[in-house]
Design a protein around this ligand. Structure first.
Ligand code: MN3
Length: 182
């Protein structure tokens, strides 16, 4: 991920969601709610679509940055590696399935690895939707909105997702998320 992509994505796109959300909840009872509470309370409430979209995008982006580290990628270890083996058929199969979900998401959205009642599952969501609102525990995500990759990869979303999996994923963070979910 180039410095330019990171700068625009974090400094402009993520910042815009923070600014919008702060403006939307200002001087309302929602102002004192946590991000998690806001997301769960506004999901599927058409009158709060703006709050949901911005709150979920703030949460998703913060989570996405934590899913990466410099010189990331490689292979997970320990209990998490065993869970990938058990539920996804191993790291290579996991990468194939995650990439297929990321590439197959039509338009803007997110690819996810989640824990759902103790089982690892791969998912994709549209726009701002987050598995957190759907009762699942997010473990890993990749942003597949065009703003996440267009400067570096133009239309080649598969290449961005492959680079994310091979060189950016912070498996320690992903494993931590699973240990907290169990
Ligand atoms: Mn984004």
């Amino acid at each position: 991920m180039s410095a330019q992509t990171f700068d625009f994505h974090h400094g402009r796109h993520h910042q815009a969601y923070v600014t919008n959300l702060n403006n939307l909840v200002k001087s309302s009872p929602m102002e004192s709610q946590s991000l998690d509470e806001l997301i769960k309370a506004s999901y599927n409430d058409a009158s709060k679509a703006g709050v949901f979209n911005n709150a979920a995008q703030v949460w998703n982006h913060t989570f996405f940055w934590n899913c990466m580290k410099p010189h990331g990628g490689g292979a997970p270890s320990g209990q998490f590696a065993q869970a990938i083996e058990r539920d996804c058929g191993g790291l290579d199969k996991f990468k194939e399935q995650f990439k297929a979900a990321a590439v197959g998401q039509f338009g803007s959205g997110w690819a996810w690895l989640v824990a759902d009642r103790g089982q690892l599952k791969i998912a994709a969501t549209a726009n701002a939707v987050t598995p957190l609102a759907q009762g699942q525990t997010p473990l890993l995500t990749c942003d597949v909105w065009e703003h996440a990759y267009y400067l570096d990869y133009q239309n080649r979303r598969p290449d961005f997702v492959q680079a994310f999996l091979d060189h950016l994923v912070n498996w320690d963070f992903v494993a931590q998320n699973l240990s907290k979910a169990c």
